[in-house]
Design a protein around this ligand. Structure first.
Ligand code: SF4
Length: 362
């Protein structure tokens, strides 16, 4: 396959629209009954691996990817095989609600060097505010149990909590963060729910909560009790590539289960209403000409998706999410600075580098 002309660092494959949960902030239409075909997944992986750049992150999610466990395993095997030729540093990870996890799946993840990310909001109240089963019962108990199982089975391996802050729960960020850590996670990805009405007030609470989380992490560094944010790892993986983030193909390319390419966060929009406007290509035909033929950097860059993120549900949540990224990155830069003169910070930063190397295989 000829090399694609723009770097795709991260590709997300949404294996299915089916899910065990009915999270209130998730707009994926569980009634669509869609499952990605293996052929579409393979074509997307080929495009991804043919793009420039050494470190590649393949994320499998859904819906619930473990509801298509056989397909998931086949895609992972295909990606590894295809990468035998492409020779990239490939990290594969699966994002799950944790509900379908069991000992066999966790052993498979461990044996195959596949990372795991579990959606978990720490406290029962925050978690059950959105993450419910069909019928409305909270999933906190089940997810807490499965998280403990995962923490034990994947000790020393890549395990991340996806802590997605809902604007109505922005006042309890520090408490929920601590509960996520108490459940056995050492790496946390702090995210922001999209499409659920962030206000000035909830945004201010979130900023305050995030600040407390950062101070909590720093106290841990001084005490030798390390907790990490996934943004730190992303920073190291993408270091020197900051300007490339302005190209949406660099980190935001997704393949939906129907074989459509789109840009993150596709799962937050009404599929039937917006699919025509969201789709930027298809696995079978490739990306649309405009995304295929453009080059980075060029005059078109910067405004190429100006009309994309005005679609309902895509833009709400962007402000706190962008703030989170800016603030966490500035914080990590402070840690890097301190690491040159303080052994405790040095040990912490070294551990972050170690996790990146372990994930991407050196
Ligand atoms: S026009 Fe857009 S998609 Fe194309 S290279 Fe520039 S930023 Fe990337």
């Amino acid at each position: 396959m000829p090399e694609f002309n723009k770097e795709i660092q991260k590709l997300k494959l949404a294996l299915t629209s089916d899910c065990a949960l009915r999270c209130r902030h998730c707009f994926i239409d569980k009634g669509l009954g869609l499952t990605m075909s293996f052929g579409d997944a393979a074509r997307a992986v080929d495009l991804f691996l043919s793009s420039p750049g050494e470190r590649k992150r393949l994320e499998l999610y859904g819906g619930e990817p473990f509801l298509r466990y056989q397909l998931l395993k086949e895609i992972v095997a295909y990606a590894r095989k295809a990468n035998g030729k492409a020779r990239k540093k490939l990290f594969i990870t699966v994002a799950t609600s944790a509900v379908p996890l069991d000992g066999e799946k966790l052993a498979w993840l461990r044996e195959n060097g596949v990372g795991l990310a579990i959606s978990f909001s720490g406290g029962r109240e925050a978690h059950d505010h959105t993450r419910v089963f069909p019928g409305g019962a909270g999933s906190y108990g089940a997810v807490r149990r499965k998280s403990a199982l995962a923490a034990e089975a994947l000790a020393g391996k890549s395990l991340v909590a996806l802590y997605c802050v809902h604007p109505q729960k922005a006042g309890t960020v520090l408490g929920d963060f601590k509960k996520v850590v108490k459940a056995g996670f050492r790496v946390v990805d702090v995210e922001c729910v999209h499409g659920h009405g962030w206000t000035e007030e909830s945004f201010a609470l979130f900023r305050d909560g995030l600040e407390k989380v950062l101070r909590h992490i720093e106290r841990g560094i001084r005490a030798g009790d390390f907790v990490f944010l996934e943004t730190f790892l992303d920073m190291l993986v993408c270091s020197g590539s900051r300007e490339k983030f302005s190209c949406p193909l660099y980190r935001d390319l997704e393949l939906y289960p129907d074989g459509s390419y789109s840009l993150y966060p596709f799962g937050f929009v009404d599929y039937r209403r917006y699919i025509g406007r969201i789709r930027i290509g298809a696995a079978r035909r490739g990306l649309r000409k405009r995304f295929r033929d453009c080059s980075f950097p060029s005059k078109a860059c910067g405004s190429c998706v100006a009309g994309y993120y005005v679609i309902g549900g895509l833009s709400d949540g962007h402000a706190p999410y962008a703030y989170r990224t800016r603030r966490v990155e500035a914080f990590f830069k402070e840690l890097l600075k301190k690491s040159s003169s303080d052994g405790r910070y040095f040990a912490y930063v070294k551990a972050v580098y170690g996790m990146v190397e372990a994930a991407y295989g050196g």
